[in-house]
Ligand binder design. Structure first.
Ligand SMILES: Cc1cc2nc3c(=O)[nH]c(=O)nc-3n(C[C@H](O)[C@H](O)[C@H](O)COP(=O)(O)OP(=O)(O)OC[C@H]3O[C@@H](n4cnc5c(N)ncnc54)[C@H](O)[C@@H]3O)c2cc1C
Length: 438
């Protein structure tokens, strides 16, 4: 009988716990190649972010996550094959030269990865491609509507799904089929270096440690009152970086949240953590439904905003050098750490679109290049939302001065992140090109 050779294509599911697909692969194939393709800095991203590579924090967090996955796979008799090749090229090489019979991968929300699967299916109909939702609370069949009928607003979505039962996470598969030789060109798995400056350390064990620590404290019981603060590990959960690369699954988090509620009681705040995870869930399905439209200027509503591109203003925004101190501080924090609070993201996005008049895609692309918790649906979906071309027809515009009074009345956050080093004027010339004196 022909030997069954599987490829497990890891993407944003860098874990062995609650990995139902890996369990299935372990039961079905004789040999397994665990593959990871390094993310590429696409031309689209270069064009809109004006960067040439991912930010240091984002790269570091990802490298840590990959290195840790490789270590855990070794304990299961496996290792991670890491390549710089495009996923399509890598998978075609493995199918053609290494007799791969099965491919296992996420049921992607992202358009590019789903396209890879569709092309593979076309060119290699005899290869069995097994997909499963690895990043959501619910799977497609559990949704109470067809994906094409995804509600147009988050509130309608939430009302339909929030009472549904969520499957329990599954235990890790500790014995994986043996690896096999392959003909792929690979790169070294980065070494797991952790520095004392790292606020966030990538990897499955760090994810579990962080979430366990969060629920061992009483933060969850006050979450609703504190989540809008701009800085500080205890104010919001900070689950997003690990969720984004899949070092932990949302089901594992819900499991731990329910245990916390059993021990300490549930309240508005513990519910609100679930509520926010439902926002994430919404944007995952939103990305799956809208595909390419996620990146269109006119968004999913087909309504082009009255914005354009001003290179000088964009540069000021990126470098934390605008006339808005809070925006500057948030942008400096993002550049230095790869993270920004939800309130900060709303403020800087609103500023880019509504104060600086810039096409929202430039901001979204810059975020993609820097955020350690970059997630295609959550990022592009939220940007569309603020620009008024997505899950709400009403653009979200924040009054920058008022927000500063509410969230940083003493100016401590601005001080900490150097937000006062900005410009006095947004532009160096006026509307008829005369220089403006500072
Ligand atoms: C312009 C903009 C871009 C964003 N880009 C991303 C992104 O690339 N990746 C990302 O994970 N989140 C993104 N968000 C959502 C949100 O800002 C972050 O999820 C949150 O700040 C992460 O911090 P936390 O884990 O402490 O969140 P908490 O407040 O503790 O929330 C708990 C979890 O709920 C989810 N969540 C909370 N708010 C949202 C939201 N508005 N949309 C989707 N999920 C949410 C996250 O998974 C988060 O970890 C973006 C928001 C805006 C306004």
């Amino acid at each position: 009988m022909r030997k069954k050779v599987g490829v497990f294509w890891f993407t944003n599911d860098l874990r062995v716990e609650d990995n139902q697909l890996l369990k299935r692969a372990a039961q079905e194939v004789d040999q397994l190649i665990c593959l990871y393709c390094m993310p590429r800095f696409s031309e689209y991203l270069q064009h809109f972010s004006l960067e040439t590579r991912f930010g240091e924090s984002r790269q570091r967090f990802l490298h840590q996550s990959i290195a840790e996955l490789d270590e855990i796979l070794h304990q299961c008799g496996q290792h991670l094959v890491v390549t710089d090749e495009h996923p399509f090229t890598a998978l075609v090489t493995l199918i053609k030269s290494d007799d791969v019979t099965h491919i296992y991968c996420d049921d992607f929300a992202s358009y590019d990865e789903q396209l890879v699967v569709e092309h593979l299916q076309c060119y290699f109909p005899l290869v069995e491609i097994v997909q499963r939702e690895q990043r959501t609370l619910l799977c497609r069949q559990q949704l109470p509507f067809h994906l094409e009928d995804l509600p147009a607003s988050f509130s309608k979505f939430r009302k339909q799904v929030e009472k549904l039962a969520i499957d329990l996470p599954v235990d890790a598969e500790l014995a994986l089929p043996p690896p096999c030789s392959h003909s792929l060109s690979t790169v070294e798995v980065p070494s797991l270096s952790v520095s004392s400056h790292d606020q966030f350390v990538g990897g499955e064990r760090f994810a579990l440690a962080h979430v366990s620590c969060y629920f061992a404290s009483s933060f969850a019981s006050h979450y609703k009152q504190t989540r809008n603060e701009l800085d500080g590990m205890e104010f919001s959960t900070k689950f997003s970086p690990w969720l984004a690369v899949g070092c932990i699954s949302p089901k594992q988090i819900i499991g731990m949240l329910r245990q916390y509620e059993q021990r300490n009681g549930s309240n508005d705040s513990t519910y609100w953590i679930y509520f926010e995870l439902l926002w994430r869930e919404y944007f995952q399905w939103y990305a799956a439904k809208y595909g390419k439209q996620l990146f269109h200027f006119a968004g999913i509503l087909g309504k082009a905003p009255l914005t354009t591109f001003y290179p000088q203003r964009f540069k000021q925004w990126v470098n934390g050098n605008t006339v808005y101190p809070l925006v500057n501080a948030c942008m400096n924090q993002l550049r230095e750490t790869g993270y920004m609070s939800n309130r900060g993201r709303q403020l800087v996005a609103s500023c880019l679109v509504h104060e600086l008049g810039i096409d929202w895609r430039y901001g979204a692309a810059y975020f993609e290049s820097q955020l350690i918790d970059y997630d295609v649906g959550s990022n592009w979906g939220n940007w569309q939302y603020i620009a008024g071309v997505g899950a709400s027809k009403t653009p979200r515009r924040f009054d920058q001065a008022k927000q500063m009074q509410i969230y940083d009345p003493q100016g401590e956050f601005v001080q900490r992140w150097g937000g006062n080093r900005g410009k006095i004027n947004t532009d160096s010339v006026d509307m008829v090109d005369w220089p403006i004196r500072a």
